[in-house]
Write a protein that binds this ligand. Structure first.
Ligand code: PLP
Length: 408
């Protein structure tokens, strides 16, 4: 793998090889540990590096490129929208935001949408509107947020405050006060921690960064009971598990959670940045003009891309995710059954899967990269698979073959 890449001098039209890594190392803030590969192009479930080598992509930009890479319909829609109108701000109406909101409302059962540009902003919005709900009713001290151990909700100050890992939190303290973490593995703790001062409980139906851990039925029951008893709002962070990835639009419904607010992001724009906070009518009725906002939020380009993703889901892709998700999970279970000494657990749902090796997963991720399969490591011991929704059984067989070879 090389790090040199072709760029075009726009003034002369000449192409020069530049050392991408050297340039980045001088001028890009050094907060990412990148793998030594430069991707220049994508097609379906494949990415191509600067030497033209093809990789099977089971990361999909961390759960984003739902339609795969270079999707003709998405590309056409984006190009058409770009040449028509990209951005007007939220000072004015445009034709696409209401349409997207009504489609998301039908898919989530939540009445209203607030649009933003990322997952962390969707979580921020949920936290703010939960606080707003109580404030509007004069309950200004009802500010406690209950989150869970191993939770990841994003990197901005509010989302970071409900993210569990000290590694992410400590350098940025003090964070938003009055956040309490309940132990994920101890559902009985929820009843003790959620009380009349709790504004909201926030939960990932499947913890993604925390190691692909679906919420247990016992925890679902405890959360539901605690919210019913105290009136605390429930926020489901479906940034990673939502937008159809597990086979249904939201995973909350599959596990029996009935959230008042849902955070969406990642796959929603198929690669064009967009996030959405979905609010129940009850919560939305306490939000007023000026409470929150975003310059780009819900602009025409992002809405148009999201509408293409929803169209595709509706026109057969959701069914395919269901089928391919079940196939992926069954292949992983078979792999684990054949290699119990190498694989401690298989977790997840649909096309959100985790292979827990019970030891550092980095060597396997690196070996997969050498064999041109992209997977990623999370929570140290877990290999996470988030393929594009267009993945086929043949792609899954190919990925399983590579993982099997490495584990052997
Ligand atoms: N919430 C969950 C569950 C996530 O997995 C992530 C990102 O991984 C986020 C929020 C933050 O999303 P973003 O990186 O788009 O801000």
């Amino acid at each position: 793998m090389t790090t040199a890449s072709m760029t075009k001098d726009l003034s002369t039209g000449a192409s020069d090889k530049v050392d991408v890594r050297a340039l980045e190392s001088q001028h890009v803030l050094q907060i990412y540990r990148r793998f030594p590969v430069v991707f220049e192009r994508g097609e379906g479930v494949r990415l191509f590096d600067d030497r033209g080598q093809s990789y099977l992509d089971f990361v999909s930009g961390i759960g984003v490129a739902a339609l795969g890479h270079g999707h003709a319909g998405l590309a056409r829609a984006i190009a058409d929208q770009a040449s028509t109108l990209i951005q007007t701000s939220n000072l004015y109406f445009h034709p696409l935001q209401g349409e997207l909101a009504s489609r998301l409302s039908a898919l989530t059962g939540l009445e209203r949408a607030f649009f933003c540009n990322s997952g962390t902003e969707a979580v921020e919005a949920c936290l703010k509107f939960a606080r707003r709900y109580w404030h509007a009713q004069g309950q200004t001290s009802r500010t406690k947020i209950v989150a869970f151990t191993h939770a990841f909700h994003g990197r901005t100050m509010g989302s970071l405050s409900v993210t569990w890992d000290d590694h992410y939190r400590t350098p940025f303290a003090p964070l938003v006060p009055n956040v309490v973490f309940a132990e994920t593995s101890d559902p009985s703790a929820v009843a003790r921690i959620v009380d009349d001062s709790t504004a909201a409980v926030i939960v990932e139906p499947i913890q993604g960064e925390g190691g692909v851990r679906p919420v247990s039925p016992e925890l679902v029951a405890a959360i539901t009971a605690a919210c019913a008893r105290t009136g605390a709002l429930l926020i489901a962070d479906e940034v990673q598990s939502g937008t159809g990835r597990t086979g249904t639009f939201l995973y909350s419904g599959t596990v029996g959670l009935t959230p008042d607010l849902v955070a969406l992001g990642k796959a929603l724009g198929g690669g064009v940045p967009i996030g959405a906070a979905m609010l129940s009518g009850k919560v939305a009725s306490h939000a007023a003009p000026g409470d929150h906002g975003s310059t780009y939020g819900g602009n025409l380009l992002a809405c148009r891309a999201a509408l293409v993703v929803l169209d595709e889901l509706e026109q057969g892709l959701q069914e395919s995710v269901s089928k391919m998700g079940a196939y992926l999970q069954s292949r992983l279970q078979a792999l684990a059954a054949a290699r119990p000494e190498a694989i401690a657990a298989v977790r997840g749902a649909g096309l959100m899967a985790g292979l827990d090796l019970g030891r550092d997963a980095a060597p396997v991720v690196n070996a997969a990269l050498e064999r041109r399969l992209l997977v990623n490591r999370t929570a140290t011991t877990v290999i996470r698979l988030l393929p594009p929704y267009i993945v086929t059984a043949a792609d899954i067989d190919e990925a399983m073959g590579i993982l099997e070879e490495i584990l052997n």
